[in-house]
Design a protein. Structure first.
Length: 122
């Protein structure tokens, strides 16, 4: 099951790289945070600017689902606390939908378009 999630994220990374003709590159960093807890971080890297931005983090255990996706680019209130938007995902279909929401979000588009504008003006 972990492989399906990694594959989905790798596919997104490849699409980003292809759509931007290599000006932006999707990078994935995978870590085991403690014992059976895993974390995947997805970065958008702009090689021409020597810069990377964390777009989302995925947290799960050995069973994969449920998992949590954290989008640090989008801040929302949880009660009275302002935090990164979180998506609780119960199954693979919901995972794909959550990733679509993240990539179509205004915050993500602003970051991607901002990086591309900086690259083109450099």
């Amino acid at each position: 099951m972990r492989r399906n999630t990694c594959f989905g994220i790798k596919k997104i990374a490849e699409e980003l790289t292809n759509k931007t003709k290599g000006m932006l590159i999707g990078k994935i960093k995978q870590t085991v945070s403690s014992g059976s807890n895993f974390q995947l971080d997805f970065y958008v890297k702009a090689p021409a600017l020597n810069n990377s931005i964390l777009v989302f983090e995925v947290f799960h255990d050995l069973g994969l689902y449920p998992l949590t996706i954290v989008n640090p680019l989008e801040q929302v209130y949880y009660g009275t606390e302002l935090r990164s938007r979180e998506y609780e995902v119960e199954k693979s279909d919901n995972f794909e939908n959550a990733l679509k929401q993240i990539f179509l979000s205004h915050a993500n588009k602003r970051v991607v378009n901002g990086l591309l504008a900086q690259i083109k003006s450099a």
